[in-house]
Ligand binder design. Structure first.
Ligand SMILES: [Zn+2]
Length: 214
């Protein structure tokens, strides 16, 4: 994929998520590795519905901003994933309604945020770590991700939103949508004593699909 194609793909996928209400206003941020080891990042204050391919923040392999607008304030979150996960080719962060709602529910398992309801959430996300609330822009968010030492591809920032890394931009977007859908299912089924997947079924998925499950 050329850089021009990657820029287009970032904006198309971001707009798709915006159009489906997965992150509103000027919330959410998205980044992807370029073939030269640099990064393309959504600029600060921009809406997922109106990202301009030509104005994405462009970093070189040394981490210097070389063109485009100033990057998102949540850049430390993105850097933390790239620095700790060599397989990360893209990172997406949303302010997504149902996952934020689920992060506020009493008794949620902070080490394994999502209940085992459907196979694809397990296959695409592994265990999702619930992190505490941080003030917006607090670099401690990035430190919390670094503290996971690359063992998780997906985290949930309590009262804020999910952050997911993937091998490429499409994988990261698919995975974060799975996270939001599963949180939505969890909200829908709460109180119904739902028939979740059994521990054996979860283990079979983890084994068969080689899921990171630490
Ligand atoms: Zn945010």
């Amino acid at each position: 994929m050329t850089e021009t194609q990657l820029r287009e793909q970032i904006c198309v996928l971001a707009k798709s998520m915006f159009d489906r209400g997965l992150t509103g206003g000027s919330t959410g941020n998205i980044s992807a590795r370029t073939s030269d080891g640099g990064l393309l990042v959504s600029p600060t204050g921009t809406s997922f519905g109106r990202l301009d391919p030509a104005r994405l923040s462009r970093f070189d392999a040394a981490g210097q901003l070389i063109s485009g607008d100033q990057p998102t304030k949540e850049m430390p979150l993105h850097s933390a994933f790239y620095d700790t996960r060599s397989t990360a080719g893209a990172v997406v962060h949303l302010h997504a309604c149902h996952s934020v709602a689920w992060s506020m529910m009493p008794g949620v398992d902070a080490d394994n945020f999502l209940p085992p309801l459907t196979p694809y959430a397990i296959m695409k996300l592994g265990k999702v770590k619930l992190l505490p609330f941080f003030m917006p822009g607090d670099p401690a968010m990035g430190d919390a991700v670094r503290g996971l030492a690359g063992k998780r591809s997906a985290v949930m920032l309590a009262n804020h939103g999910p952050v997911v890394a993937g091998k490429d931009i499409e994988a990261a977007c698919n995975a974060i949508e799975e996270l939001e859908d599963t949180a939505r299912l969890a909200m829908m089924m709460r109180g119904y004593d739902a028939n979740a997947l059994s521990p054996e079924q979860v283990q079979n998925l983890v084994t068969k699909f080689d899921v990171e499950w630490d």
